[in-house]
Ligand binder design. Sequence first.
Ligand SMILES: NC(=O)c1ccc[n+]([C@@H]2O[C@H](COP(=O)([O-])OP(=O)(O)OC[C@H]3O[C@@H](n4cnc5c(N)ncnc54)[C@H](OP(=O)(O)O)[C@@H]3O)[C@@H](O)[C@H]2O)c1
Length: 254
Amino acid sequence: MHFGSPTSGSWRTWQKSPSNAKLRSPATTGRHGLGTPCPPRHHPHSAFCFNSNTMRYAIIGTGHVGQALAKAFARQGIEVAFASRRSPEALTPVAKAIGPTIIPHSLPDALQADVVLLAMPFKAYQEVAQATESWPGKTVIDVTNAYGISSEELGNRPSSVVLAEALPGANLVKAFNHLPAAVLAEDPRANGMRRVLFLSGDEASAIATVATLVTRLGFVPINLGKLAEGGLLVQARGNSWGPLIFQDLFQQAK
Ligand SMILES: NC(=O)c1ccc[n+]([C@@H]2O[C@H](COP(=O)([O-])OP(=O)(O)OC[C@H]3O[C@@H](n4cnc5c(N)ncnc54)[C@H](OP(=O)(O)O)[C@@H]3O)[C@@H](O)[C@H]2O)c1
């Protein structure tokens, strides 16, 4: 399958140039570059145009896994917004220590990204869901594990299905959750091999978007299928882990 090769967008340019605020406003900027107008009402809830080949990424959660993901983005020089409940200023030291492409943002600003990686505790999902109305059309990567949350609390559904229902119009893909943070932080390419990541989701186009990202980060994506089918292999709940969680597999690099 051909997944394309989007390049990262420019958070810094869009967010941090108050002197160009008029030219760079949502109505005139989009992702085409300075001064290129977005089609009117191109996307009902977003400041950005969706018809260029650039992608903007955000990591929500700046703890163990959030930082491990940020290291993977930094290794490839891919710009990514980095956010939690704390202010961007409070996140600056840790972001700076990881690399120059890790850009602290407020939570609502970060949630304007095209692809959002959720790396906060599962129980925070409702709070994050309510932090923006821009979910329609977005690709959301669920990195959470609902370990310790009972099946009854989840309505006997996979945790990713519960999360997806809280994000109206978003296309959710579960990924990056099956490995410990310290392993995720390592370079996935070693000794002629590449580390495997499992993807599952109900929307083929979102799986393709995430597969492209995963490949750019140096991993090998393996599609498990729908959340409630193959995706069950990487779901945690109650006191159980899906059978593929903690399976650290490698594939020969091509
Ligand atoms: N640790 C692992 O090895 C591992 C591996 C795979 C998956 N996971 C999963 O990844 C998720 C994060 O685990 P972790 O170990 O990285 O946890 P962690 O170190 O405790 O970090 C959690 C992060 O989430 C942020 N956060 C909490 N509530 C939030 C909210 N309402 N909105 C935005 N940000 C919020 C916290 O920042 P503030 O307090 O500043 O908001 C913190 O940066 C969990 O779901 C876990 O199951 C963990």
